[in-house]
Design a protein around this ligand. Structure first.
Ligand SMILES: [Zn+2]
Ligand SMILES: [Zn+2]
Length: 146
């Protein structure tokens, strides 16, 4: 069953409404996410449906051939990451008005994490090589499916 949650950026120019399955939060420890958040990792929650208001304030940055990082152009708040042109977004859970029921679930690019960053007990973990292999398999499958 999906759960509807609402949130907003720091200045309130952008609001969002998302549908999430479960309340699993993922942490990405890659060096790009670290720089983007200014500390890191990038915490995110998978949103199968994402509705936003304040489109004029929404800015995005394409840092690679596949990823897109979206933020509030007024206050700089991290909004979400997604694969370019895909509906599924990985939204920063810190934006959400109600954070009850969210739990840390997975950590990715764990071998890229800052030396001072501790892993959380009980999370599933993947390395950069594992993530890139999965991405490649996903892109291959998508190409094959047309
Ligand atoms: Zn803002
Ligand atoms: Zn990352």
């Amino acid at each position: 069953m999906s759960d509807i949650r609402t949130g907003r950026c720091l200045c309130g120019s952008v609001t969002l409404r998302i549908a999430v399955q479960g309340g699993g939060v993922s942490a990405c420890h890659c060096s790009q996410c670290r720089r983007w958040t200014g500390g890191g990792p990038l915490y995110s929650i998978r949103a199968d449906v994402l509705e936003t208001t304040g489109e004029a304030a929404i800015a995005s940055y394409r840092h690679s051939g596949w990823g897109e990082r979206t933020f509030c152009g007024t206050c700089g708040t991290t909004l979400y990451w997604r694969m370019q042109g895909r509906p599924v977004a990985y939204v920063a859970p810190g934006l959400l008005d109600d954070q009850d029921g969210l739990t840390m679930e997975s950590e990715i690019f764990v071998d890229q994490r800052a030396p001072w960053m501790q892993l959380v007990d009980g999370t599933s973990r993947t390395t950069e090589a594992e993530e890139l292999a999965e991405l490649e398999a996903f892109l291959e499958k998508e190409k094959a499916d047309g």
